[in-house]
Design a binder for this molecule. Structure first.
Ligand SMILES: [Zn+2]
Ligand SMILES: [Zn+2]
Length: 198
């Protein structure tokens, strides 16, 4: 009888420890994965921990050059690295290895992001979150919004659609249903926080 009770107690402790292990594992996984929609306040709080000069640089980038659909601050305070004497900000330490593996490509990606960020900043404030939810042009496959100047906004079936350039307008209007379907597809992809586009 005594042995059984002891066994039961041990078993219970074991299960409890295992459950604890599982909850810890899922917690750290949540921390590493970008949350689906990090709030502006959360990103601001993370970015505010950077020194002022770094903050300006991280803001100019706005996105990680590796996980280029992940905003700066979405994964906590951005990680700063230096490539060829140039500061680069990453969404998290997990992106460091990839960023350093091909420094030239990373620097080129940073330049592209800065250009896109500056172009998107010219949109009306209310349009910025809409364009960023989309991130890519539904017509020119993989073309990041802002890479060809300030995106062009259309309304198709009452829904806002952003295009990388004026040259994509005819194709977008030609088949509104297909364009809107593509927009939904790229929005889902962009929300994952992984690498998108070219
Ligand atoms: Zn990262
Ligand atoms: Zn275009």
């Amino acid at each position: 009888m005594k042995t059984t009770r002891l066994f039961k107690a041990t078993l219970f402790a074991g299960v409890a420890a295992l459950a604890g292990l599982f909850s810890t594992a899922s917690f750290s996984q949540d921390k590493e994965k970008p949350t689906s929609t990090p709030t502006e306040a959360k990103m601001e709080a993370a970015l505010s921990k950077l020194p002022k000069a770094d903050r300006t640089l991280a803001d100019a980038q706005r996105y990680c050059p590796i996980m280029n659909s992940t905003r700066m601050g979405a994964m906590g305070t951005p990680v700063k690295i230096v490539i060829d004497g140039k500061p680069v900000f990453l969404c998290c330490a997990g992106c460091k290895e990839s960023a350093l593996a091909d420094g030239k490509e990373t620097l080129a990606a940073v330049e592209k992001l800065k250009k896109a960020t500056a172009a998107l900043a010219k949109l009306p404030a209310a349009d910025l979150p809409l364009a960023e939810a989309q991130l890519l042009c539904p017509i020119q496959e993989g073309s990041r919004l802002g890479s060809m100047g300030t995106p062009v906004k259309l309304t198709l079936d009452g829904k806002p659609v952003f295009l990388c350039c004026k040259g994509c307008e005819d194709a977008a209007r030609e088949n509104p249903k297909a364009t809107l379907a593509k927009v939904e597809e790229i929005k889902k992809e962009s929300a994952k926080g992984g690498p998108v586009g070219r």
